[in-house]
Ligand binder design. Sequence first.
Ligand code: NIG
Ligand code: FE
Length: 407
Amino acid sequence: MSEALLVKNIGLLQTPEGKAPLRGAAQGRNRKYRNAAVLVENGVICAVTENGVLPDCPAGADVVDAGGRLVTPGLVDAHTHLVFGGWRQHEIPLKLAGAGYLDILAAGGGILSSVDATRAATEDELYEKSFGFLDELFAQGVTTVEAKSGYGLDTKNEIKQLTVIRRLRETHRADVIPTFLGAHAVPREYLGRADEYVALLCRETLPAVAWDGLAEYCDVFCEKGAFDVAQSRRVLTTALYHGMKPKLHVDEIEEIGGTALAKELRAASAEHLAVTGGAGMEALAAAGAVAVLLPGTSFYLNKGFANARGMIEHNIPVAVATDFNPGSCPSLNIGLCMTLAYLKYRMTPEEILTSVTLNAACAVGRGEVSGSVEAGKRGALVVWDAPDVETLCYRFGSNLAKTVITP
Ligand code: NIG
Ligand code: FE
């Protein structure tokens, strides 16, 4: 017998459409159904109706009454560092005293202190902790989550983090996408020997990750003080050889040429882009990559915000994500990121909805199955305690997700 779910009495159903990333003016086009209903059968959306018409519904279907509220696709958080030991609250006084993000890292703190705590934690401890984070995201309407490694920085501990991500994927209701970020920082034991660490990643860690099928994507922190363009290229071309698709942390603090590398390697996404200028945008537009922007990080580092309007004008598809991590953005509040996108990026509510659904889904290879409410896609929907997306972007700090539906 088939399992059916009818979501009825939807005041406004708002969704981007299609399976490919939306760019330029298309990013701001959402389909709006009034007085709508959605039928999900066996986890797949099979009908969307409007103007009070109900789909033909199998007898015995479960029914969710949306009470005239807003319904959107389940949100997608396309950039998180979900699995780590410890926290880094002790860095705030250093930041307030003027130490920069890279100063703290160079002094052995920052990412490296999270590496110590992650290495010291057991797989089970990390699993319990990050399962709780996933619950927190899910309760806010996030039904697809990308999760990066990058706090192990040796083969054993990177595999430990990715194994946790695999367990999350197998046990949580959210769809979890694993990304290998072994090139997140140069570990203490390789200090001053970044090329040797890159060689270790290529010779040992990447093949081990690939052998166990632990990652769909490979990311690199391509930044001054982390990995330069040549080192990033070496890691990502090796990852491509092993069947992982490239992503890049680029232009978070300085432009060092990472956008050109994204174009050269046809990266799936380029992420951060807080300081990307015109030439970088042209490279990204040519790359076809999704720009994953992280306004919570700009806020928390007290830095400038990415030029999202410029990217949309350059026909670059824009996604917005949390960047949840213990240093530069210890918050899982995707609604706050939507408000920052509204006020600081000056994106419209329609563009923002696309940025946290379809474009984010495309950044993690899920555009075919997630990111919009359309027949054939996964039945991941959110009923919001709000009448429209404008209200979601406006009511910052509150979680307005009322009912989160996944197959
Ligand atoms: O995306 N910039 C690199 N990585 C993370 C921060 C990680 C950390 O500080 O622990 C980011 O902001
Ligand atoms: Fe990040």
